[in-house]
Design a protein around this ligand. Structure first.
Ligand code: UDP
Length: 327
């Protein structure tokens, strides 16, 4: 298929581009490089433009004879979305609606959409199934839920086919260590802990130790970025115009902040000092996936089955690229 990867210069998108290319798809990246990196995109495959440039977007979809769009171009930081919701509604909602309009105008009827566990808010049941009510508690989660709803409505009215993939916590890097996570500003737990191991930070602040969990710190389901990517490629093959696919992508295993830090100590051999900070607004105590539906429907299994194995790949990347893509 001819696939346009919107936001393909970012962390998850760039890993998916590699996997798509390996699977034999013709792949191009459409990215404004506001948070992505030119170096993460294969040479000659980048269209540097914004989703609000309607003419450029429609020309691209037509000229490259795009069959499917994968859409990763979103802001995804819970704390930032609480502080600056306008950024999130404009980028994640308004720009995505522009993309959907351009797809309608050019008759592109397949989309893989990056959704999120943040659409569930504070879930009633753990592990979380796709039937859990979607009641977000932060603007990031709302911005993604609005688009999930739009996709459903567009599927019914206009015959759009889509897969909304609800990610748990993407982590890790390519096993060869030459592609990884380099967001600016860095806010994710594992990269920050590894920056402590590299001597770039003194310590890691644990955002709250008074949560109703076993050790008092938040529990998340960390899934390797290539496992996420494999699921995208399998989902792509199943999308047909009008068909709706909604799936959780996680491992079903939860690790607390303290457990992640402990695993980083084992992988890096560094003591990693910690300090207790206050809770970060918008953080639910526990998010762990039930991804049985994805496993069955996509015939997919995550291959990285321990937090150490995921952290090991992230460590290979960070050690080899202590300043990310800027070297
Ligand atoms: N976290 C932390 N200290 C940090 C960064 C994150 O304690 O410096 C916690 C955060 O509160 C959450 C977990 O680590 O419970 C994972 O956060 P991250 O930002 O990596 O992902 P999110 O769950 O927000 O998608």
């Amino acid at each position: 298929m001819n696939v346009l990867v919107v936001g393909g210069a970012g962390y998850i998108g760039s890993h998916v581009v590699r996997l798509l290319t390996k699977a034999g798809h013709e792949t191009w990246v459409y990215d404004n490089l506001s948070r992505g990196h030119r170096q993460a995109v294969p040479t000659g495959r980048l269209i540097e433009a914004s989703l609000t440039d309607r003419v450029r977007l429609e020309d691209t979809l037509r000229e490259l004879r795009i069959d499917a769009v994968m859409h990763f171009a979103a802001f995804a930081l819970v704390g930032e979305s609480v502080e600056d919701p306008a950024l999130y509604y404009n980028n994640n909602v308004v720009a995505t609606l522009a993309l959907l309009d351009a797809m309608r105008a050019t008759n592109v009827r397949r989309m893989v959409f990056s959704s999120t566990t943040a659409t569930y808010g504070v879930p009633e049941r753990i592990p979380i199934t796709e039937d859990e009510p979607q009641t977000p508690i932060n603007p990031y989660g709302f911005s993604k839920l609005v688009i999930e709803q739009a996709l459903q409505d567009y599927a019914k009215a206009y015959g759009l086919g889509f897969a909304a993939l609800r990610y748990f916590n993407a982590a890790g890097a390519t096993p060869d260590g030459d592609l990884g996570e380099d967001p600016r500003p860095e806010s994710h737990l594992i990269p920050i802990v590894l920056q402590v191991a590299l001597g770039q930070r003194e310590k890691i602040a644990i955002f709250g130790e008074d949560y109703p969990t076993q050790d008092g710190t938040c529990i998340r389901d960390y899934i390797h970025v290539d496992d996420l990517g494999d699921a995208h490629i399998k989902a792509l093959q199943q999308i047909e115009p009008g068909k709706q696919i909604k799936l959780n992508l996680g491992t079903g295993r939860g690790d607390s902040v303290r457990e992640v830090i402990e695993a980083c100590r084992r992988v890096t051999g560094h003591p990693i000092p910690t300090e207790i900070g206050v809770r970060r607004p918008g953080d639910p105590p526990e998010l762990v996936a039930d991804s049985t539906r994805a496993q069955q429907q996509l015939d997919w299994q995550p291959r990285y089955n321990s937090i150490e194995s995921i952290i090991q790949t992230a460590w290979n990347w960070h050690r080899g690229h202590p300043h990310g893509f800027s070297e």
